[in-house]
Design a protein around this ligand. Structure first.
Ligand SMILES: [Zn+2]
Ligand SMILES: [Zn+2]
Length: 54
């Protein structure tokens, strides 16, 4: 998995820098965070706990 960008709130992923565009996400309009993970879990961005707010 190449470097990608993740929203730490809703878990949205993009291959390029952008703002979160998820309706209702509390970080909508905020830039996604670059993530270097290779397993798709985005642990560095999402934090230690799996608590995506849907
Ligand atoms: Zn989001
Ligand atoms: Zn990741």
């Amino acid at each position: 998995m190449d470097k990608h960008y993740v929203c730490p709130s809703c878990g949205g992923v993009s291959n390029h820098p952008k703002e979160c565009d998820t309706q209702g996400c509390k970080l909508q309009g905020q830039p996604l965070v670059s993530c270097p993970c290779s397993d798709g879990r985005h642990e560095g961005v999402m934090g230690q706990k799996d608590q995506p707010e849907v």
